[in-house]
Design a protein around this ligand. Structure first.
Ligand code: UD1
Length: 415
């Protein structure tokens, strides 16, 4: 059995501790390959994707020890530079070992990731950027064979501010000869976290947090101890649960500066938001109003927030137009919400959501991490019981979603 059982709830009250950011932790773990020796990461969430990244590092001959939320990564002199299909298939972020492996040992075999529930997910920008630094690629039997005798700094212009391509290029450039500039770089807080991590290891990076990163390559990097930033997407999940149920929540550790657009959107809908006590507090005293939502690269509204916002709009008063500008296929969960009585019409990149008073509990299926979490919080705004199957998708990105929601008064359990 692999399900969430959710009962409709009326009010959430209390505090929830926000864990470390999945999308940062995974990249810092990949970046640890850049330095021989012991890297220690703290505030690493206990989630399935981290376990897959541990497996991937171990498959390369790296020793990894997990103690609670801390991970000790001992990188040996010799690494086996292979990311096999059975791991890449389970987690696309495995592709982020490509840049570090090329930089550190000049070769890698990485399985080509396939599409996923967001639709097609190309990696052409990763490969083109790395080619500009001197890497060559051949495709064989589903694998990418990468080679680089030496990586040399170059000016790289990204067609789109891709998170993954920016990260791979940054991790390659730090050990390349000479200067690399990445123009139209993605600016997500997780990229800033990676850049800060690399800088502390001894990398020379200018323009951190901007769309123009300048990297002066260094000979070697040193392993360090580092704390992962809090997960803004996990925080967004609980804020949208509050939007649906009403009440008052304090999200401990959440950083308002990482999710300003989301907080503004929720305020526009009628949530009272305040910062302080090392976190973010939200309060909802009446049914929220609808709003239009349009996803954009950071600092715009993250595409990862969208399923939660659509769940919240499903029970808000009025209608809202939702536009997806990052992943064209990211509306699959809408059919599941419609099974629960939501009034949503989705076509192409757009959806119109007309809020209903209450959804109606139903059996539904999680197709990916965020869509699954959105169905769980939608279940809080439904009469009766919602059963969400394929809950393992949610475990990829959430540490104890059911426990955290239950601790503030929701009725959510995991079978
Ligand atoms: C990361 C996040 C994901 C988030 C996304 C956008 C991780 C593990 N995942 O994914 O949760 O939703 O950022 O904020 O950090 N593209 C190309 N060619 C490429 C690369 C990307 O066309 O080589 C396109 C993608 O198809 C998509 C857009 O660029 O349409 C953005 O993708 P990208 O920012 O790269 O997302 P990920 O790094 O895969």
């Amino acid at each position: 059995m692999n399900k969430f059982l959710v009962q409709g709830s009326r009010s959430l009250d209390g505090g929830i501790q926000i864990g470390g950011a999945k999308n940062s932790a995974l990249k810092l773990m990949a970046a640890s390959l850049l330095a021989e020796g012991l890297t220690s990461l703290s505030n690493v969430p206990d989630i399935a994707d981290v376990a897959i990244m541990v497996e991937l590092l171990e498959a390369m001959g790296v020793e990894v020890q997990r103690t609670g939320h801390r991970i000790d990564i001992s990188v040996p002199h010799e690494i086996e530079p292979v990311a096999p299909y059975h791991l890449v298939e389970r987690m696309r972020a495995s592709i982020s070992v490509l840049g570090p492996l090329l930089a550190r040992i000049g070769r890698a075999t990485v399985a080509m990731p396939g599409g996923d529930d967001f639709g097609s997910r190309p990696i052409d920008m990763h490969l083109q950027g790395l080619e500009q630094l001197g890497a060559t690629f051949t495709h064989q039997h589903g694998d990418i064979q990468a080679q680089a005798k030496v990586l040399k700094g170059a000016e790289v212009f990204l067609e789109f501010p891709s998170v993954g391509a920016t990260e791979n290029l940054l991790m390659a450039a730090v050990l390349a000869r000479g200067t690399t500039t990445i123009e139209n770089a993605a600016r997500e807080p997780e990229i800033t976290d990676l850049a800060n991590f690399l800088s502390q290891m001894g990398a020379l990076i200018d323009g951190i947090g901007t769309s123009r990163l300048r990297v002066d390559g260094v000979e070697r990097l040193e392993p360090i101890s580092y704390e992962v930033i809090p997960d803004r997407i996990e925080a967004a999940t609980y804020l949208c649960a509050l939007a649906i149920c009403g009440g008052e929540l304090h999200l401990e550790n959440a950083r308002a500066e990482h999710m300003e657009m989301l907080l503004r959107k929720l305020e526009e809908m009628g949530m009272h938001i305040s910062e302080g006590n090392g976190g973010v507090r939200g309060k909802v005293t009446e049914r929220l109003k609808s709003a239009d939502v349009s996803t954009l690269p950071y600092p715009g509204l993250a595409t990862d927030y969208k399923p939660f916002l659509v769940a919240a709009l499903s029970v808000a008063s009025g209608a809202g137009m939702v536009t997806e500008n990052i992943f064209a296929g990211r509306f699959r969960y809408v059919d599941e919400l419609v099974r629960m009585g939501a009034e949503i019409k989705a076509e192409g990149r757009h959806a119109v959501v007309r809020g209903v008073e209450r959804l109606s509990g139903a059996p539904v299926r999680a197709h990916d991490i965020r869509a699954g979490a959105a169905l769980v919080i939608a279940g809080l705004g439904a009469d009766g019981e919602t059963i969400i199957s394929d809950a393992h998708h949610v475990d990829r990105g959430y540490e104890d979603l059911a426990g955290k929601l239950s601790s503030v008064g929701a009725q959510v359990s995991r079978t």
